[in-house]
Design a protein around this ligand. Structure first.
Ligand SMILES: C[S@@+](CC[C@H](N)C(=O)[O-])C[C@H]1O[C@@H](n2cnc3c(N)ncnc32)[C@H](O)[C@@H]1O
Length: 340
């Protein structure tokens, strides 16, 4: 769909459904991970024709979809009608045509369990002279519509610029002692994102995903990767919660989140990590491999590990994993989600 709608930012239009599937092959997985459940009030901001919205509708059975493009919302409404006859509770779709860059766009007083902004923030903020401040203000305004334990999920493409912009937004929000609170992906609250120290770094997720061959061929033709799902994200909570709560108070060990996959080379495995206090490069020599540190080599991007004891190297930027180091998996992205 293309149009001359005022406020519609070029590049944000919905491509064909096939291309979209190649770009983001597993919307249901991410919704399951966020905890969308039947009966929840969910709003999909910049929904387009409903790649995520339809999956939300299947699970929650009710969803508000907001987009500036009325043609996209018409398609979504038709597609949603097809879901209507599914057994169980009828589906309630509330489509709203609105320019989300002009204000909150949500009914006054409305509260939502989940607010989703998928692959759109980077398209909205650059219109402003101060894109980070503008994105923060928009997220704060939307977060004002969260239910007490509600969550605002921002998903961005796993590109360096879009991911780093999201890190900068996160830093502003994480430094505040007021809602919305940064829940994920970071373990640390107020300290700045270490990825912003060097221009080339950025943090993103990668989930294993094997595309059907027809889809993989389409992805290759479009110059996209033909396997796995990559993205950056930021989860904001109205309540003062953090991913740190994966580790019970008083539990021994230091939580560290993998920001790379385990990189095996001659005689060693390395892993880039990020934690509440430090962002070390972890290293385990193959000769130190043991049952207690096996999880180190199994970590994938996004995995939260609990490490005990944390032995440093000559500087704070290294973590040497010895044969006695105990490493446990506190969280893995696919926990609780259906396997492909
Ligand atoms: C890249 S698409 C993402 C669609 C959907 N969120 C997804 O992940 O599949 C961006 C969407 O943002 C919508 N959009 C762009 N500018 C907007 C604005 N100012 N207000 C509301 N929607 C907007 C476009 O119409 C388009 O549907």
């Amino acid at each position: 769909m293309t149009s001359d709608i005022p406020g519609f930012f070029e590049g944000t239009e919905m491509p064909t459904a096939g291309w979209w599937e190649a770009l983001w092959p597993d919307p249901t997985g991410v919704l399951a991970a966020v905890g969308v459940k039947q009966g929840m009030e969910v709003v999909d901001l910049c929904s387009g024709d409903g790649w995520f919205t339809l999956q939300i509708a299947r699970i929650a059975r009710q969803v508000t979809a907001i987009d500036i493009d009325d043609a996209a919302l018409e398609i979504l409404t038709e597609l949603c009608a097809d879901l209507g006859p599914l057994p169980g509770v009828p589906i309630r779709l509330t489509p709203r045509v609105a320019d989300v860059s002009k204000g909150v766009s949500l009914p006054r007083g409305a509260r939502f369990d989940v607010i989703l902004l998928g692959l759109a923030l980077n398209e909205l903020a650059p219109a402003s002279a101060e894109p980070v401040a503008s994105a923060v203000a928009q997220l704060e305004a939307w977060a004002g519509h969260l239910a007490d334990d509600g969550v605002l999920l921002v998903i961005e493409p796993a590109l360096r610029e879009t991911s780093r912009a999201l890190h900068a937004v996160r830093d502003v929000l994480a430094a505040r002692a007021a809602p919305p609170f940064v829940f994920a992906p970071c373990l640390h609250r107020a300290s700045g994102c270490p990825m912003l120290h060097r221009d080339r770094d950025y943090c993103h997720e990668r989930v294993r995903y094997v595309m059907p061959e027809a889809l993989a061929a389409l992805a290759r033709a479009a110059g996209l990767r033909d396997t796995d799902l990559t993205y950056s994200y930021l989860t904001l909570h109205r309540a003062r919660r953090s991913l740190r709560e994966l580790i019970a108070p008083g539990e021994p060990g230091v939580p560290l989140r993998a920001v790379s996959s385990a990189l095996a080379s001659k005689g060693k495995v390395e892993l880039w990590l990020c934690g509440e206090q430090r962002a070390p490069r972890g290293m385990r020599l193959d000769r130190h491999a043991s049952p207690s540190n096996e999880a180190f080599a199994q970590a994938e991007r996004g995995t939260v590990l609990v490490v005990e004891p944390v032995a440093g190297g000559d500087d704070d930027a290294r973590l040497r994993v010895g044969a006695d180091t105990r490493i446990t998996l506190a969280q893995h992205w696919r926990d609780g989600a259906a396997e492909d």
